[in-house]
Design a protein around this ligand. Structure first.
Ligand SMILES: Nc1ncnc2c1ncn2[C@@H]1O[C@H](COP(=O)(O)OP(=O)(O)OP(=O)(O)O)[C@@H](O)[C@H]1O
Ligand SMILES: [Mg+2]
Length: 328
């Protein structure tokens, strides 16, 4: 593993904005995002559906879905701006130094090929292995991610595996080139709770063993609270709070983060079958965002000034920024 020069963060995202133009109009799905990832650190990207988590993550590898595009900002990887690299140079990093687990695992495994042929094909391309060496490495990898009888499983087609096993295969493919950074987009959302825990433990183990870093995207506060060192909370394309996970979870500053935390199901609410509290209302339409704070329409602390304040993380607490000057 190569360290970032001058002890800079491994990944340094600055002022990153991603624009879309569709039937709703022109809008920014990510608006001036700042994000640092240090070596062996897990950064959680937390927020409700549609707030821009996936497009932000995908932009790191130049994979923003059409018709979206990065409109400004920089994405520095080991000091080098990925946005300035040629396609061939990006290809050397993608899947090797930076790997990704996509949000919909079924879309990444081809139903008409066996697991084995898909893994060995990837290994041959990424690591330039012979067919024989790739097959052996595939068995090792499946074993490493906890798939029993790996040699037999290689003969199976994706639909013959459970959701949890398919996700383990995706993880095996992602870590096959021993990446320095793993981008994991909702890696457990489609799975039931017990399997979710198993997959998250697997990711934590792999991270500890290899020293890799990770960005973990989730809309689940519990998942990021338990698995991340740092949390960035996104709302309507903007980071509204970020800081050490412990501080964000125990002393949330932004009203949106507080709302997300209040929405966590409490044990007594589940056993008494009380309705779970959640933030009333819906995230705004990105194409018609109001001036000022995007959360104002749902915020219990809203004041007239919220219609004109800039959405910028403050430095009121070292390392723990909030974009709400009204509540502290
Ligand atoms: N292909 C696309 N065409 C048009 N708009 C898109 C496209 N992909 C994403 N968007 C828009 O960009 C915004 C952010 O989308 P993104 O997929 O990043 O959200 P997300 O936070 O990952 O949500 P989820 O939790 O549902 O995965 C959304 O408003 C979405 O409608
Ligand atoms: Mg997403």
């Amino acid at each position: 593993m190569t360290a970032a020069p001058n002890h800079r963060p491994l990944l340094e995202v600055r002022d990153l904005s991603i624009g879309f133009a569709d039937s709703r109009g022109v809008f920014l799905a990510a608006d001036r995002i700042h994000l640092d990832v240090q070596t062996n650190q897990t950064v959680g990207l937390l927020g409700e559906s549609g707030c821009g988590k996936s497009v932000t993550l995908r932009s790191i590898l130049g994979l923003v879905p059409y018709p979206g595009e990065v409109v400004s900002g920089s994405i520095r990887w080991k000091g080098q701006d990925l946005r300035t690299l040629r396609r061939r140079e990006i290809e050397k990093i993608r899947g090797k130094e930076i790997a990704m687990i996509f949000q919909d695992p079924t879309s990444c495994l081809n139903p008409v090929f066996t697991i084995g042929s898909q893994i060995t094909e990837t290994l041959r391309i990424k690591l330039d292995l012979s067919a024989r060496a790739a097959a052996d490495r595939a068995v090792e990898l499946l074993d490493h991610v906890g798939i029993p009888s790996p040699r037999e499983r290689l003969q199976l087609y994706p639909h013959q595996l459970s959701g949890g096993m398919r996700q383990r295969v995706m993880i095996a493919i992602a870590i096959s080139a021993q990446p320095d950074l793993l981008l994991a987009d909702e890696p457990t959302t489609a799975l039931d709770v017990t399997i979710q825990d198993q997959i998250l433990s697997l990711l934590a183990r792999l991270k500890e063993e290899s020293g890799m870093s990770m960005i973990l995207v989730s809309h689940d506060v519990g998942v990021v609270a338990q698995n991340c060192d740092v949390i960035a909370v996104m709302y309507a394309g903007k980071i509204v709070e970020s800081g050490p996970a412990r501080d964000v979870i125990h002393s949330p500053r932004h009203p949106y983060t507080r709302g997300l935390l209040a929405a966590i199901p409490k044990l007594e609410a589940i056993s008494e079958r009380r309705p779970l509290s959640s933030i009333p209302g819906q995230p705004p339409n990105l194409a018609t965002l109001p001036d000022g704070c995007p959360f104002q329409a749902r915020c219990p602390f809203v004041r007239p000034d919220c219609a004109s304040i800039p959405v910028i993380l403050d430095h009121a607490l070292p390392g723990h920024g909030s974009a709400c000057p009204m509540v502290n």
